[in-house]
Design a protein around this ligand. Structure first.
Ligand SMILES: Cc1ncc(COP(=O)(O)O)c(C=O)c1O
Length: 442
């Protein structure tokens, strides 16, 4: 299989805005969608995609954008990476389905083997893998696995967490009340603690003691679900000590440490997993998003001694479908053979550039992150750190009109999570557009 990076653009033929977006063709797509699709969809702004290449997205009116958000941190290998497209096409020509829960096919077995080999901490012990269709479904399965394997039922998660939208995952989620309003009751026996948030002055380590002294015995907790770098909640990067402290609490009390790496994994931090970056190994690791470069696939990786559920206790008709497996195998090879390193290199360039912009624009309160997972927090005042939510949304719209795709999270954070194929041109041109937007919005 070809392992080189996505073909670099022949010349910098992007960004280019031919017609102010959304243009006439995009408006038609938007109108059709608005008439028939569920009103629950967010639709951040009027991007109607027609195609893409590397870190460039083209809309239906021929406008071209530099993509700094990768369809919410998904398009790891960029758009139309030849190795991924070929792998999917070849598999599509053989068969689309046979059901991995009940029968065998090599791409599924190979993907489980590959993920187990890549498990964090250098896979010092044997790991096993369950394949799902999505991130939420991996979380849902991990809740079942943790309860099954420990015989305990209490779970701990964190303020600001996003783990998905089905009932167990939604119970763990605590980032925005709109995700929960009207949907209760939720799972019982789930406790939320403050997440370590250095910029906001929140110490996530101290809170555990109070919980264990007053509310629940640690001996009755099945698992702690942690995003090792919080995503939807605001691209919040905790101190390494926070994750180390939870590793110790889990070890001391027989609790399973679950890292939700659905957003942080597959090379985004410059390492295969954020766990590797922080040097803290969980007992269960969840991945999805970037794993299939856009093909729907997720996975539960667990130490063999934890993945004890018996035959037939958990399964899925489509989980680990052959096309998803083919895309994931191609993606992981690319990430291992260069894209994670590229993420580290381009991430440094981006952070340096963003910190320069921070010196110029007072509305940038904080720039934090590693690799191509960077949070830029906008504030009304650097002293009070009051979130500048309207400015953040205005920035998204202005950047869109100038050919840069951004996406917000938390209260007033732009999550910079571009495809891992990002190059120096994409970084520098994007920074120049951002600078221009902020000057105009000031
Ligand atoms: C950390 C994290 N966990 C879980 C999910 C849910 O994944 P999915 O949307 O694939 O179900 C997301 C999605 O944004 C996520 O960021």
């Amino acid at each position: 299989m070809a392992t080189k990076l996505a073909a670099k653009p022949v010349k910098a033929d992007y960004p280019r805005i031919l017609v102010p977006p959304p243009g006439p063709k995009a408006k038609k797509v938007i109108a059709l969608d608005k008439e028939w699709s569920s009103p629950s969809y967010i639709k951040e702004y009027g991007l109607a995609m027609a195609g893409g290449r590397g870190a460039m997205v083209e809309d239906v009116d021929g406008n071209r954008y530099i993509d700094w958000m990768a369809g919410i941190a998904v398009s790891a290998t960029g758009y139309n990476h030849p190795a991924v497209v070929t792998a999917v096409q070849e598999q599509a020509g053989k068969f689309l389905h046979i059901c991995g829960t009940d029968f065998y096919y090599e791409p599924m077995a190979r993907l489980c083997q590959t993920l187990a080999r890549l498990a964090p901490g250098g896979a010092k012990e044997k790991w096993r893998v369950f394949l799902s269709n999505s991130g939420t479904e991996a979380v849902e399965g991990a809740v079942k696995l943790a309860r099954y394997s420990t015989g305990r039922q209490n779970l701990i998660a964190f303020d600001g967490a996003f783990h998905g939208r089905t009932y167990a995952a939604l119970t763990l989620t605590q980032s925005k009340v709109k995700y929960k309003e009207g949907f209760g009751p939720f799972l019982p026996d789930v406790f939320h603690l403050p997440y370590d948030y250095p910029y906001a002055g929140i110490d996530g380590i101290a809170a555990a003691n109070r919980l264990f002294e007053r509310e629940v015995s640690p001996k009755e907790v099945a698992a702690v679900f942690i995003e090792p770098f919080q995503g939807e909640g605001g691209y919040v990067m905790p101190r390494k000590e926070f994750l180390q402290a939870w590793r110790k609490i889990c070890d001391d009390n027989g609790i399973l440490l679950v890292f939700d790496e659905i957003q942080t994994g597959v090379g985004r931090t410059g390492k295969m997993w954020a766990a590797d970056y922080f040097g803290v190994t969980p007992d269960i690791l969840l991945t999805a998003k970037g794993l299939g470069s856009g093909m729907p696939i997720g996975a539960i990786l667990a130490k063999e001694r934890v993945m004890t559920w018996k035959q037939g206790t958990h399964g899925s008709t489509f989980g680990g479908n052959p096309l998803g497996c083919a895309a994931a195998l191609a993606t992981l090879e690319l990430v291992e053979k260069g894209l994670a390193d590229n993420a580290a290199k381009m991430g440094e360039r981006l952070i340096t550039g963003l910190r320069k912009l921070q010196q110029k624009h007072a509305c940038i309160g904080d720039v934090r992150g590693v690799g191509l997972m960077i949070g830029v927090e906008f504030v009304k005042d650097r002293k009070t750190k009051e979130p500048a939510s309207e400015l953040t949304h205005a920035l998204e719209l202005k950047a869109f009109s100038k050919g840069l795709l951004l996406l917000s999270c938390g209260k007033s954070v732009i999550r910079v999570a571009p495809p891992l194929v990002l190059n120096a041109y994409d970084v520098d041109t994007g920074l120049a557009i951002l600078d221009e937007c902020l000057s105009e919005l000031a």
